[in-house]
Design a protein around this ligand. Structure first.
Ligand SMILES: [Ca+2]
Length: 557
């Protein structure tokens, strides 16, 4: 039922900790280990001790939900951007200090089978908020910064459901699910914003930190905008603003050069995707973004400390461009990618400290996870590849961002709730998409009939009361390519296309042969056993097709 046996689990974690056995294609030297890795600081010492047996025992003996005397908790989801399974200490990283994420793990439940639904941002985030597979929404693909909102206003989203439960709801950070109805006017009140899909408060960047418009949007307005200097945005090269410097025409103005793409309008000395002009007073400074978002997130919590609240705190790290604040520049020796992960950890620590200070830590669920797997060179020459050394961003997993292999979607996932959840580890398979049904159950709200068509109530697994989560998950790589995991088996149908995305140097999973992997024996997905297991492959292929043709999966198990 979606679990590893203990031996396999130990092997998984050991291989993550030591960096042995499996190779991440996206890493410069593949972690081959010319030099001996240093002692695993983040390994056996900071790794929460295995408590799987205890969790399994608890599952058979206790009710699935929280202890009856525990009040409904606040909920904070801290969602990193492109952070890999092996990028933080509690998952085995030794080169990047992440004491705050490790603290969260040591006080909470660490998942070894926590999944996003997709290996890229927009579809993954769509699933988190809607409880729906991204293939049900045509627009759920990597969006430009002026794309329309892909979640219909008024939808029964995770925040909307929690609002019905009486929660104050807020989003701070990266959005990337579209705003408006197409070509929005950034100088007026915006429509179709997070405020229209369940959030009471919103302070966001519209898309990503490498896309225009490079401004913050608070509520319905661009923050800090001077009406005398209106913003114009286009993603159409034919309409590009000829008076504005671009990375392509004016490389001498860049302080971080692009490696692929990212050669359009220059903002803050960095070429972006898309074209913009105007809005000078509202432009963000990349180096202060962590602090800006952190302040807004903590303000939201503080402002709502007397109520129940739900905060979706979507960090921008370690997505490109990686420009840490001065306190973190050069801190890790892994270049900007390592430095912004250290900065990300600082953001987590600031939030945890704020919860302590406000007396909210005990009854607040804090979830930490990532929207998809890791990538090194994602478009800027920031030496992420050259300085990676023996750090393994995806740990023992194969592939990374964009990939159908597990490195694309199996991500760090930690849940801390001191009032109700015992610290430990679990190998239950859970997905971000399941938060909707699970937290509806936790807060006593009946979701609308159309809500969360693929969201399963896995609350017992999320709270460590059961080792059984979901036993099946359909996962999207890029370009709408789907695979299926059932228990410990992964089936990848034949797909045309390059085996490796050369610009990012990541294995995508494309092959003209069907692929079947047994994760219980082969977590690195190196032995394709489809040939020896034709019956299973065929059955999983059929099941995948059925799922793609279905209207919902929540009632099918
Ligand atoms: Ca991402």
């Amino acid at each position: 039922m979606g679990t590893y046996d203990d031996i396999t689990r130990r092997n998984l974690l050991r291989s993550v900790v030591t960096g042995a056995a499996f190779s991440l294609t996206g890493c410069a030297d593949g972690g081959g280990g010319v030099n001996s890795p240093s002692a695993p600081r983040g390994g056996s010492e900071s790794m929460p001790k295995a408590n799987i047996a205890g969790n399994k025992t608890a599952a058979s003996a206790s009710a699935p939900d929280a202890k009856p005397d525990v009040k409904r908790p606040n909920i904070i989801i801290i969602y990193a951007d492109d952070l890999g399974f092996g990028d933080v200490g509690c998952y085995g990283a030794t080169r990047i200090p992440t004491p705050n994420v490790d603290r969260l793990a040591s006080q909470g439940l660490l998942f070894t089978n926590g999944y996003a639904t997709a290996a890229t941002c927009t579809p993954s985030r769509y699933s988190l908020l809607t409880g729906s597979y991204p293939f049900r929404c045509k627009g759920a693909r990597i969006l430009p910064g002026d794309a329309p909102l892909i979640i219909p206003p008024g939808s029964p989203t995770l925040p909307a459901i929690l609002r019905r439960a009486g929660y104050a709801t807020g989003v701070v950070g990266k959005w990337h699910l579209g705003i408006g109805r197409g070509n929005p006017d950034w100088n007026a009140d915006l429509t179709d914003t997070p405020l229209d899909v369940g959030f009471d408060y919103s302070f966001i960047m519209a898309a990503t930190n490498d896309r225009v418009p490079c401004v913050y949007v608070e509520g319905r307005r661009v923050a800090g905008l001077d009406p005398a200097d209106p913003i114009e945005v286009t993603y159409d090269e034919k309409k590009a603003f000829t008076d504005m410097p671009t990375g392509r025409k004016n490389p001498e103005l860049l302080r971080m050069k692009h490696s692929h793409g990212h050669d359009m309008t220059i903002v803050n000395g960095v070429g972006r995707i898309g074209y913009m002009r105007g809005g000078k007073s509202a432009l963000w400074t990349d180096e202060t973004m962590a602090e800006v978002f952190s302040d807004k997130a903590i303000e939201f919590v503080s402002r709502n400390r007397e109520k129940h609240f739900f905060l979706y705190y979507a960090l921008h790290q370690p997505h490109v461009p990686r420009l840490p604040g001065p306190a973190f520049a050069g801190k890790t020796g892994l270049g900007p990618r390592g430095d912004v992960i250290a900065e990300m950890d600082w953001c987590v620590g600031r939030m945890l400290d704020a919860l302590d200070r406000l007396g909210l830590a005990e009854n607040t669920i804090v979830i930490f996870s990532s929207d998809n797997g890791p990538v090194l060179d994602d478009g800027y020459q920031d030496r992420a590849v050259e300085l990676c050394g023996d750090h393994r961003p995806a740990g023992a997993l194969r592939g990374g961002k964009y990939s159908m292999f597990d490195g694309g979607t199996r991500v760090p996932l930690i849940l801390r709730w001191p009032a109700a959840v015992s610290p430990g580890e679990t190998d239950a398979m859970v997905c971000h998409m399941d938060f909707l049904a699970s937290f509806a159950a936790l807060t006593g709200v009946e979701p609308e009939p159309q809500a969360g068509p693929d969201s399963l109530n896995v609350l017992p697994a999320l709270l460590g009361n059961s080792a059984d989560g979901r036993n099946e998950l359909v996962i999207e790589g890029t370009q709408g390519k789907m695979i299926i995991r059932q228990d410990n088996w992964v089936f990848i149908p034949p797909y045309a296309g390059p085996a490796v995305a050369t610009h990012v140097n990541i294995e995508l999973g494309n092959s003209l042969r069907p692929q079947l992997y047994d994760l219980s024996a082969d977590v690195g997905q190196i032995r394709n056993v489809a040939g020896q297991n034709k019956e299973r492959s065929d059955a999983m292929s059929r099941r995948l097709r059925e799922t793609l043709e279905s209207r919902e999966t929540r009632r099918v198990d």
